[in-house]
Write a protein that binds this ligand. Structure first.
Ligand code: COA
Length: 257
């Protein structure tokens, strides 16, 4: 398989590295299609969490402008739909996906990180949605996920100006959860992923589903979904194990059943 997205498995985690450093990891069709396959591989391996990062000085500097330049309207829409399908896959994997933003996360790169469960940034990260500078709009979910993450007024300012922001501002507005030194970024992401890996995997999967499903519903409906999902936890061995372990004052041994 193409190595434009590399995958490594370690301690129940998948580390995905977008690997077109000479083009600042710009997202072309090949990268997007390979990302799909890599996320499926991680699903098959039943990982507890995944981390996405970029090779070289960028996380992802956007969708591939050279590849997009001469697209017809129909092909441009199909390209946006491919980007959306990756975003939807990131939101529906059974395991959390953490973006480790090592450098530029612009356009499709910022959108990719927004489709992940959450993101950490290195002090070198620069984030933004510069599409309007190119006469287009964010096409991989930027107008929608950005407003849900940082609020509508901040999303409007970022999208209308196309401005690139530093990691500390991204932290202040809630675009990333933490900012760490470049050398510490992957260790930080790994340690949080390892913390998640200790938990009941079916419970994590269910929480992830509820975060997504609840976002489009009113509070009453969303809470009803939560109550139903809470009930379903009691069908699982993980619930029996987790609660028995607490009562017996021992560490749980979750099997994901
Ligand atoms: N699509 C395609 N190629 C891209 C790219 C993109 N989104 N972003 C960077 N590249 C390529 C450059 O064309 C260049 O290729 P080349 O060496 O063959 O000429 C290479 O990556 C390095 O980029 P360069 O611009 O020389 O690096 P820089 O450090 O001077 O600038 C950026 C970095 C991120 C500021 C600049 O590359 C940039 O503005 N990129 C586009 C960002 C953008 O608009 N993204 C949204 C796209 S919808």
């Amino acid at each position: 398989m193409s190595d434009v997205v590399q995958i490594a498995f370690e301690d129940g985690l998948a580390i995905l590295t977008i690997n077109r450093p000479d083009k600042l990891n710009a997202l072309n069709r090949e990268v997007l299609e390979t990302l799909h396959k890599r996320l499926d591989e991680a699903t098959e391996k039943k990982v507890h969490a995944a981390i996405i990062t970029g090779a070289g000085k960028a996380f992802v500097a956007g969708a591939d402008i050279a590849e997009m330049k001469d697209l017809s309207p129909a092909d441009a829409q199909a390209f946006a739909e491919l980007g959306h399908s990756v975003g939807e896959k990131l939101e529906t994997t059974a395991y959390p996906v953490i973006a480790a933003i090592n450098g530029f996360a612009l356009g499709g790169g910022c959108e990719l990180s927004l489709a992940c469960d959450f993101a950490f940034a290195s002090t070198k990260a620069r984030l933004g949605q510069p599409e309007v500078k190119l006469g287009v709009i964010p096409g991989f979910g930027g107008t929608q996920r950005l407003l849900r993450r940082v609020g509508v007024a901040m999303a409007r300012e970022l999208v209308y100006t196309g401005r690139m922001i530093h990691a500390d501002e991204a932290l202040r507005i809630g675009l990333v959860n933490a900012v760490v030194e470049p050398d510490a970024l992957m260790d930080h992401a790994r340690s949080v992923a390892a913390e998640i890996a200790q938990m009941g995997p079916l419970a994590i999967k269910s929480c992830k589903e509820l975060f997504i499903a609840g976002a489009d519903r009113n509070l009453r409906e969303a809470n009803q979904l939560e109550a139903e999902a809470f009930g379903r936890c009691f069908l699982t061995k993980d619930q029996k194990e987790g609660m028995s372990a607490f009562v017996e004052k021992r560490a749980p041994n979750f099997t994901g059943e």
